[in-house]
Design a protein around this ligand. Sequence first.
Ligand code: NAD
Length: 473
Amino acid sequence: MYINGQWQPGAGDFAVFNPASGERIGLAPEGGADDARAAIDAACAAFPAWAAAGAYERSAKLYRAWELMMAKREELARLMTAEQGKPLRMALTEVKYAADFLLWFAEEAKRVYGEIIPSARADQRFLVRREPVGVVCAITPWNYPVSMITRKVAPALAAGCTIVLKPAESTPLCAMAVFRILEEAGIPAGVANLVTTSAPAPVGEVFCTDPRVRKLSFTGSTEVGRMLYQRAAAQFKRVSLELGGHAPFIVFEDADPVHAAKGAAAVKFLNTGQACISPNRIFVQRSIAEPFLRTLEARVAAQRAGDGMDDKSTVGPLFSQRAIDKVEAQVQDALALGATLHTGGKRLTEGGLERGFFYAPTLLSAVTPAMRIYREETFGPVAPVILFDTEQEALAMANDTHYGLASYVYTQNLARAMRMFEGLQFGMVGINDINPTSAAAPFGGIKDSGLGREGARQGIEEYLETKLGGFSI
Ligand code: NAD
C-alpha cells in the first residue's frame, strides 16, 4: 500500500489472478480499517500544504504524471490485460483515456475561478471563492482499472484535495502501478494514498464514518453505491456516485441499418460487455429489422473470444464465475420465454478457454419485457434485440428503467434526433455515435445510475466548495 509517501505491507497478502487463464499473477497487501485510518491521517496532514501549493504547482505535477503514464503506456496496458483480461489493443486505448484525465485536470486546475457579485448596498462587496472540499476517499471498480482511478484522483488533486483510494480487489496491481507514477511525478507524501484489500467492507466503513473525510467518490454497482450513500449521509459528506446502467440503443427506420448494426456490435462487445455504458437493450424499428439483424449476427459471430495477449482476440473473458452465472441465467431465462438465439448462447470450454471465464458473444432477438434481460443490467457479451413500431413506443420502452446512464440513437432525421436527445432520461445520449465519452465531456447518470459528473469542466466542481465573503468597506 502507499501511505504517506511510503510503500507498506499489509497484515498479509492476497493473490491476484488472470481471468483468461486462472493463473496467479501477483500478490497485493491485505489492508484493513487501521490502514484506512492511517491513510486518512496522512491525507489530513498533507492537506493544508497541498491546498496552499497553488494551482500552477499542482498542475505541473499532474502534467508530469500524464507524461509518465504515456511513456509507460505499453507496460501498463500489458499489466491490465493480464489482470483484467481485455484485449491488449483495448488496454492501450484505456491507458490513453486514463492519461487524458491527468492532462485535462492539469489544465482545469488553473481555471478554478471565483466571482465578484454586485451588492445592493454601496458599502458592501461580495466575493466568491472556490476551495477544495478537503480529504477525499474513493472506491474504484475492476472493469476499467486505470482510467477509473485517474478520473477521480486527477480532479481531486487539481482542486487541492488530498485522497485515499481503495481499488477493486481483483485489480490492485494496476492501481499500484498508477500510484508509482504519481510518486515518480513528485506528488508529495500523504497527498495521494492507496489502500488495497480483498475485504472492502471495513475500509468502506471507515471512509463513510471518519468525520475527517469530507467527500466520497464511488464507481461500482448500484447496490454498494446506495449503501455507501446512506452511510455517508449521517455526516453530510459530499458524495459522487457512478453506478450501473441499462443503456437503450435505438435504431430508427431512417437510419442506415448496416452502419447502425456495426456500431451496435462495436460498442456492445467492448470490454466483453462489462461497461456501465454498454447497450443492454437494442430497440430496432420493425421495418428494418431484417438487414439490421443480418449484419449484427455476422458481426457477433465474427467476434473472437480469447486471451487478450493474443492479437486475434476481440473479446476477453468475463471477470468471475459469478459474472458467467449471471449471463447464463439471463440467456436461459430469455430462451425459456421465447427469445430467438442467433449465435452464441453458451460458455466457451474448448481450446484452452475452459481455464478462464469465457462466454460466447451472443445475439438474441424477439426479446420481450417479461424477460430478465429486459430489466437487469447484463454486464456481459449478450446483445438482446427488441422490435418496435413507433417513435413514441421506442422512447417509452427506453425510459422504462430505473437506470439513467448512457443511451444511443441512430436516425438521419434531425428533428427526431433532437426529440430523442431531449426525451431520453439518461445522463448521456449518443446520436449516431457509439462513444460519447472523453476527458473533456461530462460523464455520469441520473436516477439509479448515480450522482455527479466526472471529467470535463464539471468534474472538478465535485471537489470544490463555494465560500462567500461579504465585505463592508
Ligand atoms: P461492486 O460495487 O461490487 O464493486 C465496486 C467497488 O466497490 C470495488 O472496489 C469493491 O471492492 C467495492 N465494494 C464492494 N463492496 C463494498 C463495501 N461493502 N464497502 C466498500 N466498498 C465496497 O461492483 P462490481 O460488480 O465489481 O462492478 C460492476 C458494477 O460497477 C456494475 O454495476 C457497473 O455498471 C458499475 N460500474 C459503473 C461505472 C460508471 O462509471 N458508472 C463504471 C464501471 C462500473
